[in-house]
Design a protein around this ligand. Sequence first.
Ligand code: PMP
Ligand code: GLN
Length: 385
Amino acid sequence: MPDSSVSLNSKLPRVGTTIFTVMSKLAADEGALNLSQGFPDFDSPKGLIDLVSKALKSGENQYAPMAGLMDLREKIAEKTEKLYGTAYDPESEITITAGATQAIFTAILASLQEDDEVIIFTPAYDCYEPAVELVGAKVVFVPLKAPDFKINWEEVKKVINGKTRMIILNSPHNPTGATLSHKDLLELDHITQGSNIMILSDEVYEHMVFDGERHESLARNKNLAERSFIISSFGKTYHTTGWKIGYCLAPKDLMKEFRKTHQYNVFAVNRPIQKAYADYLDNEAAYLELSDFYQEKRDLFIKLIEGSRFDFIPAKGTYFQMLSYDKISDEADTDFAVRLTKEHKIASIPISVFYNKDVDPKMLRFCFAKQNSTLEQAAEILHKI
Ligand code: PMP
Ligand code: GLN
C-alpha cells in the first residue's frame, strides 16, 4: 500500500501504542516469560466455557438488547446489592459493555464537556487521560505518594474549582496495588457534598483484595453512588480477559446519557457470553474466593523473590506486584524493562509510563496471575539480576 494521500491532525499527538501491547510483543519476539500485560496464563473455568458453548448451541446468537441481557443485568443488581448495599435498577441503571475500557470511554464521552476539569491520580491506568483529551476536557493530575500510594485529600481540595466535573478513582489500583479505605470514601463524600462533581470509579479488581481487607466499592456509600459511574469487568474476575465484557452502574439520569453514547458506539455486546456469565453468576464462590486465590499467588511470588536485590511492599489488591530495582541499576525504567526482556527473558511494565510527566521511581510492575510454575521460573530469573 502506498502512503496515504491525505493528512490529518492527530487528535492524540502525544499518544503512541500502549505499553501493554509493546511489552507483550517484545516478550513474544524475544521468547521471554511474559509478566507484563495483565492476564492469566491459566485457562478460564471449564463450567463457564461449557455455559458459553451451551449458549452458542441454543440460539443465543443474534443481537442482545442495547443495554445488555436482562438476565445478566438482574444478576449484577442482585450481587451488587448483596455485597455493597446499593440497589441498582437493571432496567435503567445497569449497562453491559465491551469490557471496562469501553465503559470508561463511554462514561467520559457521554458526561463531559469541553473545558471541564477532571482529576486523575498518578500513577494512572493508561486509558483515562486520552478519553478526557478526546472530549476536549482538561486533566488535572494529583500524584499519589510512595510508598503506600494513598490519596492526599488536602491536595485534592486544593485543585477543585468551579470547573471540576469528574474525579476518576481506581481501587484496587493498577499499577500500585493500593486500595481505598472506608475513611477515603468518607473524605470523598465530604469533599463532593453539594458539588456538581461526578465520580468515575474503576473497580475492575474488586474481587482481588488481600490481607482480610474488604473492597470499598463506591456502591457502599449512597451519597457517592448517586454521583458515580461504577465500572467493573468480568475479564478480571473470571480469567477471561479475551472476552471483553464489563459493565457500568450509574443512577438513572447519568445512565440515560451513558446509553445515548453507548448505542452509537457499540450498540450491544456479545450475546452468548453475556448469557453464560448470567448463569455463572449463580456460583458465588467463584468471585468470593478469588481474593484468597490471588493472595496465595502474591504470597508465593514475594516469598520466591525474597533475598533477591529487588525491594517491594506487598500489593494490597489487584494481580500486580511492583518491584523496586533501586539497588540494581540507575537505568531509566523503560530501558531496564526492555533489557530484562531481551537479556534475561522476563517482561514487565515500567512504572514511569503511568505518569504524565518525567517521573521514574525505578520500579517495574509484574503480573502474578500466573501458574505457580511460571512464578517459580520468574523468581529464578529475578534472583540472577
Ligand atoms: N481498568 C483497569 C485498571 C485495568 O487494569 C484494565 C485492564 N485490564 C481495564 C480497566 C480494562 O478492562 P477490560 O479488559 O475489561 O476492558
Ligand atoms: N489492564 C491490563 C494491564 O494493566 C492491560 C489491558 C490492555 O492491554 N489494554 O496490564
